[in-house]
Design a protein around this ligand. Structure first.
Ligand SMILES: [Zn+2]
Length: 289
């Protein structure tokens, strides 16, 4: 979350137009999603409206939503989002790919030494390590026959954003830039961004958490590469339905300020699964907690 967001209504309108054309040709509307993804968007809009009626003038895009005020709406949206899943082909490819990335990370002596020395690393060394880990993942990960691009590592500075209504704040250590999501223009976004602000100091988190965050963001690059094949039916035939699902999920992009539904999105579940899974295996192999 870094303030640069797709305009959600424009993105959704574009996406619907794209998808309608694709789905008309392929006639896979029912089997692709198994439910109406349009309802996810409608539900998200109604949550924002309900929340704004409950809490006076709080910006739900910038500040965390207090989900206890709208529990039913949140639960319904989460259920809808969790029904969206991947094919068994994708899951098997992801598993195979995670093993390859784990081995490659363990074979890189800079990464192994950096993780072992994590508490003593300078800010610069820590972000170099995390950027290198993302690059190793990009170099070795293959899903179907698809690869992500080498990541462009960008450092940014963003202080904690505090919600004036409840005094609670959010801060992010790393994010994936979707400002140029690129699915429509076919230019892939490959930016993994690290927040170097004191509020997001790397040493506030463990080596394992930091590694999982870097790999999580790079996994979003992989997803973008897959999603970008959606408009071309024959680009990756085995992944066509996964590409459509990712395409929808990335473009709907429920912001992190609506935290539980945000985490329930397909692309967030996938990035967590890959990032946390690989980081756990690497750290266990090195005896790092
Ligand atoms: Zn994410």
């Amino acid at each position: 979350m870094n303030g640069k967001r797709l305009d959600i209504s424009t993105a959704w309108a574009d996406l619907n137009a794209d998808l309608k054309a694709i789905l008309k040709e392929t006639e896979v509307l029912e089997t692709v999603h198994g439910h109406d993804l349009g309802k996810v968007k409608a539900q998200y809009k109604s949550i924002r409206a309900a929340y704004h009626r409950t809490v006076d003038a709080v910006d739900t895009l910038r500040y965390p939503v207090d989900e206890t005020l709208i529990p039913q709406q949140v639960a319904t949206l989460v259920r809808r989002l969790e029904r969206v899943g991947f094919s068994s082909f994708y899951k098997a490819e992801r598993e195979r790919s995670m093993a390859v990335v784990t081995d490659a990370l363990l074979a890189d002596s800079d990464i192994v030494h950096g993780l072992r020395d994590w508490p003593d690393l300078s800010h610069r060394e820590a972000f170099y390590l995390l950027g290198t880990a993302a690059a190793v993942q990009a170099r070795t990960q293959v899903i179907g026959s698809l690869r992500a691009m080498h990541p462009t590592i960008v450092l940014f500075q963003q202080a904690k954003t505090v919600n004036p209504a409840n005094g609670r704040g959010t801060v992010t250590l790393a994010c994936h830039s979707r400002a140029a999501l690129g699915i429509y223009g076919k230019t892939l976004s490959n930016r993994v961004e690290f927040n170097t602000h004191a509020d997001a100091r790397h040493h506030y988190v463990s080596a394992r958490t930091a590694l999982s965050i870097a790999l999580h963001e790079q996994q979003h690059d992989m997803q973008t590469a897959i999603a970008a094949t959606a408009p071309e039916n024959d680009a990756a035939p085995d992944l066509r339905r996964d590409a459509l699902r990712l395409h929808f999920s990335l473009a709907s992009n429920i912001p992190a300020t609506l935290y539980t539904p945000y985490r329930a999105q397909l692309h967030e579940r996938d990035a967590r699964y890959a990032g946390e899974g690989i980081a756990a295996r690497v750290c266990e192999a090195l005896g790092i907690k």
